[in-house]
Design a protein around this ligand. Structure first.
Ligand code: AMP
Ligand code: GLY
Length: 420
């Protein structure tokens, strides 16, 4: 099987390397990729917002499967362009990807499907926002309706900060969703879907805030671990039944079946499971800790999803133990990441047992590895226990040097107390 992966972050680095481990996969090309991915497979430059160019590349390479990593090409219609050419695509059409592309649409679909989520109001101007903030009270949750790379959400107890965020979205011509605050630990669960059937992967936890102790602004994710020793096993089945399958059924009824990763971001509140958001793709950095533990060959799974054959797919197998991923972010991330800073020490970390360095935002300039994005590297380690995996990941992180870079020192820390 020949595969093309679209994207250029650490998630695509993982997807490419796990696909290469599938004996049925004879080649993987990534477009556009990055410096780390280029040391693994052939990379081709591409504008990921150009769906036709993605279709043309897939035809030219004569691939059997395209895996679309990020949300941007999905919202640009990459899957639609591939389907029109008869090329199997793992990733939803533009219409189905709207569950991520529009928070207001996602809320509507959840209401229709009876999926438990935070109460919310869609607001188009300041007076509506003021009413909504008053209705839900503090802490305030204000979300930009459109795609914002995980950075469009403000959660704050400061009413004026909440209102300012809403006003900056209105000023940019957008709408906002203001909603009830959900308390409790977060869980990310990915469902592999062929439009009708969904197969859940193992759950992960992501750390969204930039700073230690969940301080500071939201990011795309600063680290993750999987599986979750504190989560009851029955939760995956419950989420599949009450969240993933109803959303899949609702999208199918609407005439826009969802093929790809149905990603449920959940809060485990005292009143039960609530959906914080849906995404239409693998999460980053959760993918680093989930797919790297998948023992079932990935190419076969994703092709079965892309061609509507999941119903008869065998039960997934997993590598035992735990994985922890720590993101090293560029100076200034998330507001203004500094690009072009020199990176050193990666090679040594890659030599460590059960440790991988997945590249998120790296490039080669005159042969030197430099930062080219906010989340530069994802150091991922595996071990029989969560504490050991965590120690290994940080032992790798501290060997890497990038001027002014930062990472969270507390990824998976609390969960280690419940490690089995
Ligand atoms: P989203 O882009 O909707 O996933 O939001 C990003 C992050 O903001 C989530 O992972 C949560 O940490 C936080 N968040 C979003 N909605 C809520 C909510 N209703 N209550 C509490 N935290 C939230
Ligand atoms: N890690 C969160 C996301 O991928 O949206």
């Amino acid at each position: 099987m020949k595969c093309l992966v679209i994207g250029g972050g650490a998630r695509e680095h993982v997807i490419a390397s796990v696909l290469l481990g599938d004996p049925e996969v004879e080649s993987v090309v990534v477009a556009p990729g990055n410096a780390g991915i280029a040391s693994l497979v052939h990379c081709v430059p591409i504008d990921v917002t150009d769906a036709q160019a993605i279709g043309e590349l897939a035809t030219e390479l004569d691939v059997d499967l395209v895996v679309v990593g990020p949300e941007v090409p999905l919202m640009a219609g990459a899957a639609d362009a591939l389907i029109a050419r008869g090329i199997p695509c793992f990733g939803p059409t533009r219409e189905a990807a709207l569950i991520e592309g529009s928070k207001a649409f996602c809320k509507e679909m959840m209401a229709e499907a009876g999926i438990p989520t935070a109460m919310a109001l869609v607001c188009v101007n300041t007076s509506e926002a003021e009413i909504a903030l008053g209705a839900f009270g503090a802490p305030y949750v204000v979300k930009d309706d459109g795609l914002a790379a995980g950075k469009g959400v403000v959660v704050t107890s400061d009413r004026s900060e909440a209102l300012e965020h809403a006003q900056s979205c209105f000023a940019a011509g957008g709408t906002v969703v203001i909603e009830e605050f959900l308390d409790g630990p977060e869980v990310s669960l990915f469902g592999i879907s062929d439009g009708t059937t969904v197969i859940p992967l193992q759950p992960a936890q992501d750390f969204k805030r930039v700073g230690e102790g969940d301080e500071g602004p939201n990011t795309g994710g600063m680290g993750a671990y999987s599986p979750l020793p504190w989560l009851e096993e029955s939760v995956v089945g419950e989420v599949t039944e009450r969240v993933l399958q109803p959303m899949l059924d609702a999208l199918k009824r609407r005439g826009t079946p969802f093929v790809g990763v149905l990603y449920a971001g959940l809060a485990m509140t005292r009143r039960g499971i609530r959906v914080i958001e849906f995404n239409a793709r693998f999460g980053d950095p959760e993918t680093q800790v989930v797919l790297s533990r998948l023992a079932t060959p990935l190419g076969g799974l994703l092709l079965a999803a892309a061609t509507g054959q999941l119903e008869s797919f065998a039960q997934l197998r997993w590598v035992p133990g735990f994985a922890v991923n720590v993101v090293i972010a560029a100076q200034g991330y998330p507001a203004n990441p500094l690009l072009g800073s020199a990176i050193s020490g990666c090679e040594n970390v890659e030599l460590e047992p059960n440790t991988s360095v997945f590249h998120g935002g790296t490039a080669r300039v005159d042969g030197e590895l430099v930062t080219s994005g906010g989340r530069v590297l994802s150091v991922t380690a595996h071990a029989p226990t969560l504490s050991q995996a965590r120690e290994r990941a940080y032992a790798g992180v501290v060997q890497i040097e990038i001027d002014g870079s930062h990472f969270r020192p507390d990824i998976a820390q609390k969960a280690c107390a419940t490690d089995s």
